[in-house]
Design a protein around this ligand. Structure first.
Ligand code: D61
Ligand code: MG
Length: 418
């Protein structure tokens, strides 16, 4: 239930956390009985905490396609991310991966923990994939081929320019956006979104991850993972890993703020994409990760802790975002609020302050012009305590148990006074 301390500090996290717990429990009960689909859905919950629940609430036909799409690309990414595999072994597998998904006997041992289980029992994913309708299979194979080829290109190529950075993020996340738009269209519920908008949905999420995971990636064993473009970090330090050293903290934070400012470029496209979605389940599936991303960017901006450990939104806040995101009103409200939080952290002596402010104001103007900004419940500000009766009851139960425990252990003279 998230650390008890966090809940006591943010009591209105309790109910959303409780609901999230119940939803996760319910999802576990819905695991299909057929062995291959059972494997796929239980693996989905193990390898992706953030996407599993939002995928689970999609309508069944699309849910199966998105689940397999996720597991196929996660397996491909497990090969890419395993820095212990030599390039001459890795590249051919990445390039041919789109053919392997049709071959139930193919498998390649790599990765760790649950990722290794996914690789060792990949035949379950192939079996389920082959049960999907042709239009879904074609979309998944096409994206897997293009992502594998893109990942292979960057195995031996460094991310030097900002164009390289956008190109790499296109291959590993923009293409996921393009693929999802194809699956939404194939399911007959959405129009076919223009590629640039679908691409931005992926770039905003991937760039947020690359910024947040700087330390984890640079400390990767046996070889560092480096995705921050030289064109940006070379303005602040001589080597990317120098950002993590205490003596460079001022330059490191300026470089971090530059990276966050670059990610803000994609907000306009993402708001446009989400505002054109029609299906409520697909909307939640697309909107929740986007709100998590702007919240994470606001948390990371001007925050030296990014170079000390992984900065993450607290589970209570995540639970609130999942619980409250239903319509575009919630998206405009959340983007306005988290970008205001980011704006309040901008110091005018920061080299990119002007650009940061102008990009935030552009995003806030879109939210304001939607005419939907009302004094909705805030994610950050202490809103009027909406203590649900359940919460009050629970607090009473805890107090009663405490009291009973204390009175039980007090030497019997007290008993008399009661
Ligand atoms: C709407 C809704 C969800 C969207 C979207 C639009 C557009 C793009 C994405 C989701 C993808 C966002 C990726 C952000 C997280 N980054 C990663 O997972 C990196 O791996 C990228 C390559 C594999 C992509 C796997 C994936 C992820 C989310 C999906 C999906 C497939 C299929 C359907 C729905 C969501 C990152 O991996 C981190 C890790 O290994 O845990 C990396 O290696 O860089
Ligand atoms: Mg990867």
């Amino acid at each position: 239930m998230g650390s008890l301390k966090a809940v006591l500090k943010h009591p209105d996290d309790f109910y959303p956390l409780f609901k999230l717990k119940m939803a996760a429990k319910a999802a576990e009960k819905q695991i299909p009985s057929e062995p291959h689909w059972g494997f796929c859905y239980s693996m989905l919950h193990k390898v992706s905490r953030s996407f599993a629940l939002v995928i689970q609430q999609l309508n069944p036909e699309l849910r199966d396609a998105v689940c397999i799409f996720y597991l196929v690309l996660r397996a491909l990414d497990t090969v890419e991310d395993d820095t212990s595999i030599a390039a001459d072994i890795k590249v051919p597998i990445l390039v041919a991966f789109h053919q392997h998904i049709y071959d139930r006997d193919w498998h390649f041992a790599c990765g760790t923990k649950e990722y290794k289980v996914l690789m060792d029992q990949f035949h379950h994913v192939s079996t389920a994939f082959l049960e999907l309708s042709k239009s879904y299979q074609e979309a998944i194979e096409d994206i897997t081929m293009r992502m594998g080829a893109g990942m292979a290109k960057f195995i031996c190529k460094e991310v030097e320019t900002i164009d390289d950075y956008d190109e790499y993020c296109h291959y590993v996340a923009g293409l996921v956006g393009l693929g999802l738009s194809k699956l939404f269209y194939a399911s007959g519920t959405e129009i076919l979104f223009p590629d640039p908008l679908s691409n931005s949905m992926g770039l905003f999420l991937q760039k947020t991850n690359i910024i947040r995971d700087y330390l984890e990636d640079i400390n990767e064993i046996p070889k560092s993972r480096m995705f921050w473009p030289r064109e940006i970090w070379s303005k602040y330090v001589n080597k990317l890993e120098d950002l993590k050293y205490e003596e460079n903290s001022k330059k490191a934070v300026q470089c971090l703020n530059d990276m966050v400012t670059n990610a803000l470029i994609h907000i306009e496209d993402c708001l446009k994409y989400m505002s054109d979605l029609r299906d409520p389940a697909i909307f939640k599936f697309c909107a929740i990760p986007q709100i998590m991303a702007i919240g994470t960017l606001a948390l990371c901006y001007n925050n030296i802790e990014v170079f000390r450990g992984v900065v993450k939104m607290r589970r209570g806040l995540t639970a609130k975002v999942i619980d409250r995101t239903k319509t575009m009103v919630d998206v405009y409200g959340a983007f306005y609020e988290f970008s205001s939080m980011l704006k309040s952290k901008v110091e005018m002596h920061d080299p990119n302050a002007k650009t940061t402010i102008s990009r935030i104001e552009a995003a806030q103007k879109i939210c304001r012009d939607s005419g939907t900004l009302t004094n909705r419940r805030s994610y950050i500000l202490k809103s009027e305590p909406s203590y649900s009766p359940a919460l009050i009851a629970l607090v009473f139960i805890i107090l009663a148990i405490l009291y009973a425990y204390v009175s039980a252990n007090r030497p019997n003279k007290i008993k008399l006074t009661l």
